[in-house]
Ligand binder design. Structure first.
Ligand SMILES: C[S@@+](CC[C@H](N)C(=O)[O-])C[C@H]1O[C@@H](n2cnc3c(N)ncnc32)[C@H](O)[C@@H]1O
Length: 244
């Protein structure tokens, strides 16, 4: 159920009041703390490879996906936009696709409020970071990925298969899992992405098998997640079945 708390849009799960609420706040202290540290040490950022210069002269997204493939990254499973935000702060122009109309509404609201707050505060850094994020209308990436201008990297963070409510599963991720069930595990997305970009990065649980059993060409592990890297995939031959 969507509801407003002050000026922010929130989502609560019926029958699960104790699970908390979902909302998007790019000024959240944990996120702000995260971007105050060197982003080059983040596994997520490392996995994407050499990042574009944050001072690049590309025009900000202004209602369109970035047309320069070398600075453009597609987050095809955007969720609440946390990873997309970190990547935008690292200098990427991120086009986000989210299939759930409810989650999409939260993300759209968070982005709009974030931009308004940055403008109001005269916070040019946040204004630049948030302006590098472009949200497509709510859609299934499988339907629209091929229509988005080319990107250097396609990033996938589908639902993890584990659905237990454990301390290891962050609150937001648990709520998203409850909301989407099994259908959002990105089973077909990887093959599609591999045909469209020269680099695809997939977030996985630390010890999970690679998505679709497709062996990555490399991986970077963080504390709680692993980033499987498929490089050169779109130009043929780099991908083999993990269990072949
Ligand atoms: C684990 S969440 C992503 C979290 C995100 N990385 C973040 O930092 O907030 C996965 C999201 O992917 C979305 N998703 C899964 N399959 C999708 C698809 N084919 N097209 C678009 N979105 C998809 C789900 O709706 C869900 O919101």
């Amino acid at each position: 159920m969507l509801f407003r708390e002050g000026n922010r849009l929130c989502l609560g799960l019926q029958d699960q009041a104790d699970a908390g609420i979902l909302t998007v706040d790019f000024f959240d202290s944990a996120l702000q703390h995260r971007i105050a540290r060197p982003l080059s040490s983040e596994s997520l950022v490392k996995a994407m490879g050499s990042r574009p210069k944050a001072t690049s002269s590309h025009p900000l997204t202004q209602g369109l996906p970035c047309q320069d493939a070398s600075a453009h990254l597609i987050d095809a499973t955007a969720g609440l936009g946390q990873d997309a935000f970190i990547l935008a702060c690292a200098g990427w122009y991120v086009t986000m696709v989210e299939q759930s109309p409810l989650v999409h509404a939260l993300l759209e609201d968070g982005l709009k409020r974030g931009l308004e707050a940055a403008l109001e505060q005269g916070n040019d850094v946040m204004l630049t970071n948030l302006s590098r994020m472009y949200l497509m209308p709510a859609s299934d990436s499988q339907q629209i990925l091929q229509d988005i201008p080319q990107a250097a990297v396609i990033y996938l963070d589908p639902m993890f298969p584990e659905r237990e409510k454990s301390a290891r599963v962050k609150k937001n991720r648990y709520l998203l899992q409850q909301l989407h069930g099994e259908e959002a595990q990105g089973e077909n997305l990887l093959k599609l992405a591999l045909g469209l970009a020269r680099k695809v990065v997939v977030k996985r649980p630390l010890h999970a098998h690679p998505l679709n059993q497709i062996k990555p060409s490399g991986a970077i592990s963080g504390k709680t997640a692993r980033f499987d890297i498929y490089a050169g995939a779109g130009v043929g031959g780099a991908v083999t079945q993990a269990n072949a």
